[in-house]
Design a protein around this ligand. Sequence first.
Ligand SMILES: [Ca+2]
Ligand SMILES: [Ca+2]
Length: 422
Amino acid sequence: MRKTKFWLVLSLIATSLSIFACKKDSTATKNPIPEVSKAKASTKLLNATTVATTDYELIWSDEFNSSGGFDSTKWSYADRGTVAWNKYMTSLPAYASQDGSNLVLRMDNAVVAGDPVAYHAGGVKSMGKFSMTYGKVEVRAKFTQGRGSWPAIWMMPEPATAYGGWPSCGEIDIMEHVNNESVMYHTIHNGSVTNANGGSTASKSATYNTTDYNLYTMIWSPNDIRFYINNVLQYTYARVSGGGTQQWPFDVPFYLILNQAGGAGWPGAITNADLPFSMQVDYVRVYKLPLFSNGDFESGVIYPWTTWGGGSSVVSTDARTGTKCIRETGGETSIEQYLTGLTPNTTYRFGGYAKVSAAGQSVSIGVKNYGGTAIDATIGTTSYSNNSVTFTTGANNTTATVYFYKPLSGTVYGDDFYLEKL
Ligand SMILES: [Ca+2]
Ligand SMILES: [Ca+2]
């Protein structure tokens, strides 16, 4: 959204909208870093996973069910600035207000006394009032189409200087739409994927319901950022091991911005006959990530576990309960789940059920990086049995990694993993 440099270049060379669109598409196929993400996203698309609706604790929301001005304890007007998206922002209730069930952000060319600009548009930000690191954001919204229109739902870091100026500081664009396109865009900006001209190679367009509300969801974990439309995963941007803060500046608080922009930058000039533009936001809900999730694999995917060794998959045979479990085959193989939000100096139990395919084999359930020495518990039975490890977090430890690890060849199954606070 904040394509500052890009729009400066754009205005200098008067590049056309169509060239921008080509540039955005063509660069998306050239940068090796996002190609990894795109491949990952494609794999996930095949799985057609859905957002889990349980285990997430609501920590902040606005249902926008009042009438009149927005709740100033949660939002401020997005200020007018000098870059494309905020060029016409206007701090007046006519452009950002509630209608009893929505936040309505408008853009038109009405004459506003004392403010003689060509257009006026509305936007709000939670900067200084709410920000978050890791979690799930759900925004249910609909918006009009029109030539020159640019509605967006996005996030910027707070404080803004966490990792330097834009784009090194990072930007998460949950939804952007331009003009009359039948797709919207999910985009990441950072020091790795943002081009010198301000475009990003970490961007994915996706179809949406153009005539009604859509649910836009972003799940942000220490491993990746996932974008969903109507609970269907569309794009995953993964943290790259060793990528540093240029690739992953996403470990600091980010705040929310909702705006109806247009008339400059990406969408180009407004066709006045298409006005007014508006975005209606039914609600914004923010959830804390669960401490531990997908222990039963009924989601059909491994996420948010990560794999190591390549022999792990969710299968529809041999489940202990439900219809699915994790299977580890081949040589040394493991799945791990990185836990955040643990309480220091607190005792937890991590356990689960497992079986091996032949006597003499074994598999371990364990925990590491919690502030003490790694602890394993072994299972070597050919029918499901339970084992667990008990660990106490260090005085300053709020994270840990739990794992299900097969040290040798053979096939093992696991199901119904759990984390308990003792
Ligand atoms: Ca509402
Ligand atoms: Ca299961």
